[in-house]
Design a binder for this molecule. Structure first.
Ligand SMILES: [Mn+2]
Length: 297
């Protein structure tokens, strides 16, 4: 077998046995990144899906491979047919102990199940975050600059948002200040390794947070250009766009999830013990929009 190419059989073997992700060679990882990029880059900024079965939404992973293994045990039921789609809301890397393993594992899922698995971009899928919060050092230290460049080229390929036929909308961060219709998201140029204030709407999609304390928008403690959005702005947005449920990630609440705005917004976090003792949750939703929060390890 050519060392650089991973067979479908080998990919499935790793998906079934997540600990084997550490067996990937440097050339295997390069192959993985370039293949995932080819698939992701063809997807629109705003992914639209229909569904008749169950969906699973997954929040921040941040290099917590144990939490990802718990998720694998959920999604592998019925030979990976228990869920119709599995939507990851980004932030695969930075901070946690097994960042490379975590991103490589979700890329393997994407390659093997390109239509079932959806990977959205988080604010940590950017070069400036990686420099401060660990992923750059992890990759550079183990494999050198070139492999890091491959990951940073991959970031722009991740789509930004998802809308279901049942009108669930999701992004990593939150509602941007000037987003009227969700279709505007498709007008953004997402193919950037880093995202800053020059790409304000893009930045706000992956960075903004909800708050019950205000009605519209206010500056965020997180940085220049980033906003907190309040209930009136949120309600106007969901009514304009006929959205029934807004799901986002990005904040590590102690319980692993938190509802806002009379349960119309659900925030989830899927890395356990990211802060001392925080729980991790994923959320299962069927076609009637019944919500089941599932605690993971
Ligand atoms: Mn985040």
């Amino acid at each position: 077998m050519n060392n650089s190419i991973i067979s479908r059989k080998k990919i499935k073997e790793i998906i079934d046995n997540p600990d084997k992700v550490s067996e990937l060679s440097l050339n295997n990882i390069k192959f993985l990144i370039s293949n995932a990029r080819e698939i992701l880059k063809k997807e629109p900024n705003l992914i639209k899906i229909g569904h008749s079965g169950k969906l699973l939404f997954v929040g921040d992973i941040h290099g917590n491979f144990e939490s990802l293994v718990s998720i694998q045990s959920l999604i592998s039921r019925n030979e990976y047919n228990y869920y119709e789609k599995i939507i990851f809301l980004g932030d695969f890397v930075d901070r946690g102990p097994m960042q490379l393993e975590s991103i490589n594992y979700v890329l393997l899922l994407k390659i093997y199940f390109p239509n079932k698995v959806i990977l959205l971009r988080g604010n940590h899928e950017t070069t400036s975050m990686n420099e401060y919060y660990g992923f750059y050092n992890v990759v550079y230290g183990r494999y050198g600059q070139e492999l890091y460049n491959n990951y940073s080229d991959l970031y722009g390929a991740f789509p930004l948002a998802l809308i279901t036929e049942s009108r669930i909308f999701c992004v990593h961060g939150g509602l941007p200040e000037n987003l009227e219709k969700i279709e505007q998201i498709n007008d953004l140029n997402r193919f950037l390794s880093d995202i800053d204030i020059d790409n304000l709407m893009l930045m706000q999609l992956i960075w903004n947070d909800p708050t019950e304390d205000i009605q519209f928008f206010t500056d965020s403690f997180r940085g220049i250009g980033i906003k907190l959005f309040g209930e009136k702005a949120f309600r106007d947005f969901i009514s304009r766009n006929n959205i029934k449920l807004f799901i986002r990630a990005h904040e590590a609440f102690l319980q692993g999830y938190k509802y806002f705005f009379d349960n119309k917004l659900l925030s989830i976090f899927s890395a356990a013990n990211y802060r001392a003792g925080n729980q991790a949750h994923v959320v299962e939703i069927n076609k009637n929009l019944d919500i089941k929060l599932i605690k993971i390890g």
